[in-house]
Design a protein around this ligand. Sequence first.
Ligand code: GLN
Length: 514
Amino acid sequence: MSDMISLDAAELARRIHAREVSSVEVTRAHLQRIEAVDGPSDGSAGPDGVHAFLHVDADGALAAAEAADRAIAEGGPVSPLAGVPVALKDNLTTTDMPTTCASRILDGWRPPYDATVVARLRAAGLVPLGKTNLDEFAMGSSTENSAFGPTRNPWDLTRVPGGSGGGSSASVAAGEAPLALGSDTGGSIRQPGAVTGTVGVKPTYGTVSRYGLVAFSSSLDQIGPCARSVLDAALLHEVVGGHDRCDQTSVNAPLPPVVEAALAGARGDLAGVRVGVVGELSGEGYQPGVLAAFTDAVRTLGELGAEVVEVSCPSFSYALPAYYLIAPSEASSNLARFDAMRYGLRVGDDGERSTDEVMSLTREAGFGAEVKRRIMIGTHALSAGSYDALYGKAQKARTLIVRDFTAAFETCDVLVSPTTPTTAFAIGERVDDPLAMYLADLCTIPANLAGNAALSVPCGTSPDDGLPVGLQVMAPALADDRAYRVAAAYETARSSTPDAAPRIPELRALETTR
Ligand code: GLN
């Protein structure tokens, strides 16, 4: 029973479909693991609980698992991941579970529809376990901006699991779920993936529907998979990806063959693949142990036959400042919908106060400090007197970054960098220093601004603190398969090394009950 929580999703699916084990048993094992290590969904287990989940739907999960078992017993065709449990970031709408975005402002709101990705998971027979913690409205790099308390990194409970999707990545790292979905606006799938030792993928912008993803920065937001292996991520990617007419920015093109690429990568070498090491994404400010693990990973890519070259992307230095104008600008507009009338919380509506007063009391009480900071920055950047100098300039920098990628991809098939400049930092360490917090996404943001594909694959641990490090692989738009191939080849090579990481950490069971 207990090894079930450390198996890959692909292997779980194989056993479920061969009827060696039922989806109900697999689901129960994961619910038990959640019960043992996660603590109550309000975070009250404190420093001993992972607190990856804001809501666990045990009954719903077991019902979905029973349905999957029935479909398999009937012998008809089932999807490759039918019966496998999955966790959902709590900014994806679900009709049968609350959607909070880790914000008080959505208190009591029940979405009237499922996000397209959720509908596709259900249709494919996957088993949603619950909703995972995040920085409020996905704004943050540590999951400490959640209104419901931080998630803890399963490899060291005193450290952050990254953010904003720390709950999704931590649930996968801790063996609470074999798979999870996240959203990546500036790195929120890849950065938590890197610091929790899991795989995280930001697909090409527009290739996974955003319908039902509560919008943060619409030109950057992208849903993607979290998993413990590259193949598992590809399998989930294929379930949720592809054109959706409910999303105006959905690309009407075939999904890149990500599963095929993951399988080919795991079997083959990298002969003929040109890998560019981005000079601007290393050096000063990077933790020495992260650079050591990254250098080792690049050496492995070379040993696998890849042609490794240095490339320069000089405009990447503008990525962070450009992002922190564009993302808040779009957020200030997107979050205007939380007006106390249409969703969740309403404060001070005593029949005497004006609509404006109720709205400002509600927004004052409902939004946390970081969300307010972003709304103010964004409103300022878009204001008549500042628009050209701030938002307009950031958009120009965005164009330069796109051009850097285009030039680099003329000579390289993929680009690589560390996913993050440091390993997981301590809980509390950066909460009072927003700029230090923002630096966590230094390497991940360029791919969001350009809209191309990028993923993070574990590349061992940092020799200076023993914590996981991520290798980022970036590919051109609609060439996600290239990143998967390189990552799978690397993962296979790495898994046979003597210092290959354990599958999941040992976590002390909590005495709490839900
Ligand atoms: N950490 C970045 C931010 O705070 C990215 C967040 C994300 O990708 N959702 O904006």
